[in-house]
Design a protein around this ligand. Structure first.
Ligand code: DX5
Ligand code: ZN
Length: 219
């Protein structure tokens, strides 16, 4: 059984203190830092880009798990790699050639993830599963933190995990959106090994990050 990793989303952090917030996450036991990049086009929200990621890089040595909710994505991938991303996750709908974008990320020596929205079928990425490091299953429609978990995605996680075991593949299954103390065990039992969380980690237990990360880790 793979160790459960926690990737807190900084979308729920204090944006006026992002460097210190990232340090708090690392000190609180985060395994990865989930950086939600939004362009106001692929999703109806706008967050941060390469210059901010570059500025944040020196605040933590743990991997930046960069979730690109931008379209078109291909021509911007290198900017995020150069800014310090360790994992670059893209949405299939945001590129005209998914294999080309996957290869591009790998040639930049970064880990590659592909993200499935709640209404995107797993079969659109079935042929890429042996070429990627991570599948990011969205349990909310991307664009905002603090949304309600969509329970129908649990079946999708189970299906993906079945395919992974049957084909003896090793990609991580990361789940993102509305993860909390009451649904995290269900998600892990379905096959997820990386949990993204913003609201739960930053807001629960009076914002005790270390406590909240430990609760999510101990499912
Ligand atoms: C939504 C983002 C998620 C979100 C998670 O588009 O991709 O990473 O910030 O935040 P919570 O845990 O608050 O749903
Ligand atoms: Zn995300």
């Amino acid at each position: 059984m793979k160790k459960i990793k926690i990737s807190p989303s900084i979308l729920s952090a204090d944006f006026s203190q992002l460097g210190n917030e990232i340090k708090r996450l690392e000190e609180g036991g985060a395994d990865l830092i989930h950086v939600d990049v939004m362009d106001g086009h692929f999703v109806p929200n706008l967050t941060i880009g390469p210059p901010v990621i570059k500025a944040l890089r020196k605040y933590s040595s743990i991997p930046f798990d960069v979730h690109l909710m931008i379209s078109p994505v291909h021509k911007y991938i290198k900017d995020y790699a150069d800014a310090g991303a360790n994992i670059i996750t893209i949405h299939p709908e945001a590129t005209t050639n998914l294999m080309e974008s996957i290869d591009h990320i790998k040639k930049l020596n970064k880990k590659v993830g592909v993200s499935l929205n709640p209404d995107t079928e797993t079969n659109i990425i079935i042929d890429y599963l042996d070429k990627i490091d991570l599948v990011l299953i969205m349990s909310v429609f991307p664009g905002f933190g603090g949304q309600k978990f969509i329970p129908e995605v649990v079946e999708k996680i189970k299906q993906l995990n079945e395919i992974k075991k049957r084909r003896n593949l090793s990609f991580d299954i990361e789940v993102d959106g509305g993860i909390n103390f009451s649904n995290s065990k269900t998600v892990v039992n379905a096959g997820a090994n990386i949990l993204v969380s913003g609201t739960t980690i930053f807001k629960e237990n009076n914002g005790d990050i270390k406590k909240n990360i430990n609760i999510l880790k101990s499912v």
